[in-house]
Design a protein around this ligand. Sequence first.
Ligand code: CUK
Ligand code: CUA
Length: 640
Amino acid sequence: MKTIFKSLFAITVLSLVFSSCGNGGSDKKSGALSSSAAEKVYVAPGEHDEFYAFVSGGFSGQLAVYGLPSGRLFKVIPVFSVDAEKAYGFNEETKPMLNTSHGFIPWDDSHHPDISQTAGELDGRWVFINGNNTPRIAKIDLTTFETTEIIEIPNSAGNHSSSFVTENTEYVVAGTRFSVPYPQKDMPIAEYKGNFKGALTFISVDPEDGGMDIKFQIMMPGFNYDLSHPGRGKSHGWFFFTTYNTEEANSLLEVNASQNDKDFIAAINWKKIEEYVNNGGGTKAPTNYAHNVYDEHTHTATSTMKDEILIVNPSDVPGAIYFLPTPKSPHGCDVDPSGEYIIGSGKLAAELTAHSFTKMLAAIEGEKFDGEAYGIPILQYEEILAGAVKQPGLGPLHTEFDGKGNAYTTFFISSEVVKWKLGTWEVIDRKPTYYSVGHLMIPGGNSRKPFGKYVLAMNKITKDRYLPTGPEVTQSAQLYDITGEKMELLLDFPTIGEPHYAAGIPADIIKANSKKFFKLEENKHKYVTKSEADAKVVRDGNEVHIYMTMIRSHFAPDNIEGIQVGDEVFFHVTNLEQDYDVPHGISMIGAQTSELLIMPGQTETFKWYPKNVGVWPFYCTDFCSALHQEMQGYVRVSPK
Ligand code: CUK
Ligand code: CUA
């Protein structure tokens, strides 16, 4: 996004940018905060925050958990990137989570978390998030706050318009920023137009256990599919995707890709396509994608490679897909709580466009078409337009809703959040952001029931807002009170990675179900050791399996002999504690991996390749009791 906008700066709004955006750094407008701002974000020691905010970690590949209104960071959940602190991607149990058709991938770029819904309201069971680079969707279980499933999206590239859920979490949906040859093949890039395809993927979610499965993939024309949102309420059953580069330029220098006065929002009647597929429609096609599942009882992930996918072409299901003309390279595409308004934010447009779902259906019924693109009818713009917010700001990106008839839109170029009224389209208030805001988030603000108390703005540029830390400065978010007519800036707080989007939810919906520890009797790990009496060392050729336990404040066994240079040594370590917040860690000198941090009742494994004879120590890495420094042991390594 930064790159695109840097070019836009240059060609369209150079003078305006510098007068309105405040990116210069010397012009620090902290604003006069009211004295009550501090009170509004102050959560007294020992008190809990009112909301959880799950904020994407951007190029860290992770998902961070903050409390609102305090902005305190509680946890960084490893999702797409290895994490040495938690041994994610380092221990034997979680390595399969990062398996893909390209092999083990230790990193990704995560953008859009979305919380599962029931009847259009947040239910707090799972949060989904996309991996942008090597297309994947992950699911995090909100009882354990751990990543429990990752599914790769084949035929996609730049998995950006993801991962948004339908109002009963029937599907989590993935779009594709890049169109690519389908199937992939060696061909001249200049022959893009008419030959590349954009895959939109509908992943079903099992209502009981949340299991994900790719139900079908729609092979769309070769545009860029940027953001998406489900219909809700009256528009439940539809999904909306913004497109840009409908010119199908293979090089996106502005001259090529911003010629069309309007691009499209693609409206997809997924219920109709689901019905077609359930009746045997679609074509099975060969492919390769990984499906990785972490099992809470074996505490182990397995990776399965799938080799087939169900493809649906738009022409297979007439009447299921329409294009809604939307000015100038729309980025965000947001549906209001009633499901009536579909807001398209044309990045280069002078106004915000609101389409009417009711008018859209009438236009379809009355065949008010303005031609077609690749056989997909284009609806007449005037027939579907509900209204427009005129001259609201520069560079509109994303909109959320407060459930009281107001919408809040971010403007990247003019660095502000603008509050406006649904239906009258009048601007009510605008507040600057510091600086260059991307997404914003109101807890529940993309559901039927928003909790319209705060809006969180996630900024792309930080500049002078914090103490300098060399050339790289912190990423940041800002919290505004939106309970009054005017918004009030309350708080800046630093975030990890680049915060793209976030999902917020009242803490009470999640808190009661949060797991305290794993029950030892339910531990079905292949190498679990349930009591110290069962601790042992088992040799099998040059493989050695150590069945180890840990409890305050010792390991069993703690003196291990009979290991030889050249062995492959597996430490299978079970934490025997059955209490809240008593993890133990283990680390081994010279081990070619991270520490393990093992929760009560859990088993984890690391591998060690002893290279030198001697007596080598290991110890607990998490200060666990007064005798933490006594929690240690030795391994004796003898010559082969
Ligand atoms: S976003 Cu991913 S480039 Cu507007 Cu959802 Cu920042
Ligand atoms: Cu166990 Cu420190």
